[in-house]
Design a protein around this ligand. Sequence first.
Ligand code: HEM
Length: 433
Amino acid sequence: MKKKSTFFSYNVLHKLTPLMMRGEFLKFLKFKFNINNSIVENDRHKMLARLFYEMIPRKRVVSFHYSKPPFMFRFVEDIKLSRAIQIWLVIGLVMIFLQVVIGGVTRLTGSGLSITRWEIVTGTVPPWSNAAWQDAFDLYKATPQYSRINEGMSMQDFKFIFFWEYFHRLWARLMFFVFIIPFGWFLARGMFSRRLVPRLLVVVLLAGLEGFFGWIMVASGLIQRPWVNAYNLTLHLTMALVIFSYLLWITFIAYNPSPPVFHNRMLKRFSLIMVLVAFFQIALGAMMSGTKAGLFFPTWPDMHGSFLPAVLLDGGQWAISSFTHYDTNSFMPALIQFLHRNTAYLLTIMVLYFTWKIWKMPISHGLRRGVLLLVCTLIMQVFLGIITLVNCVSTIPVILGVLHQAGAVLLLGSILSVTYHLRGNTFSTSVKN
Ligand code: HEM
């Protein structure tokens, strides 16, 4: 090591001396170390190198031996991702899950429109004085929701709905910092793999977009309607679950970069179709919430006495206006609820068929556990859906609604887990380590 360091010093000094006003530097050395002029002149590089080498602490010299300049990022391989990164990814997932739950509470308590401004930085501080609270309340009083639904609301009740919307936004800000600070740290220390970085940047991009969609959704409820637009709500929830799914996939890669190869093509494709159906079902669920469809047909197994509501058999109802003005008649709630129920049955049949097929095969313990978890979460989710529905009498039950929403995230997660076991990292980018 010593030899290498000395060699380094010779070379560096050879290059540096012309730049360092050599004459002044030599004079300084001569004075400081009382060096014989002729030695310095004749063999100055060697002499300087020796002196320099003595002056620089050993540790510093060794650290000069990076194969790449320190300003270039270094990477590890996927299989060498540290425990810290794995834990950090899991924390991100848990935070997104909780954000979905907080979002559910915000919506079901009718709190989502209580903050009428989008202030990314200044909005971090809640109203701190009576005047500031009054100001926020006055803004809310100007919304259609206040005049049509909450007229005469007390300041105490306003503070309650304000809290949930504020908490939802604060959690989003917190997620940003929990993400960005360790991201910078891991990147600087070369702890990421080359493939992980662009994927994480996609997560940041999607998260930014999600915040923007959230604001569009809130803004849609500040005009005309006293509630947010159902399509915007669907976009917001679906996007949240896209981010969750993507981060979950990254986490699977971080924990298990190359799962055992699974050779059944049919089941591989089938698992992917299950993911798509689950997404479709979640989007329908968001539409259920947005159109308050549960309140129109709170009966099970039939929909007010029939499998297919009569309104859906009326050809005149199948007009564009029924979709755009979905809250003026019962057509959309009937259609959405009919589809949501039947997609749930379809997904149940698909999962049971998948389980029946794969169970007979010689699969790993991990995959078998994943399939069991999938069946359990599905049964729980369908059960929660039915219980929520039959309790939708005049209002949607908050706790059941939130549990049903959380169940959807868990179900999606277990379908993705099984899919990852089957397909492995086949959605990867083509970037090589
Ligand atoms: C595979 C099964 C299911 C999935 C993945 C699923 C998913 C969802 C999601 C994501 C929501 C939106 C929750 C929200 O925004 O708060 C929702 C709402 C709803 N779902 Fe399901 N659901 C399933 C099955 C069912 C079933 C079988 C029923 C009843 C027969 C049902 C009834 C409801 C009702 C009534 C709502 C509206 C609750 C509200 O307004 O908050 N769901 N569902």
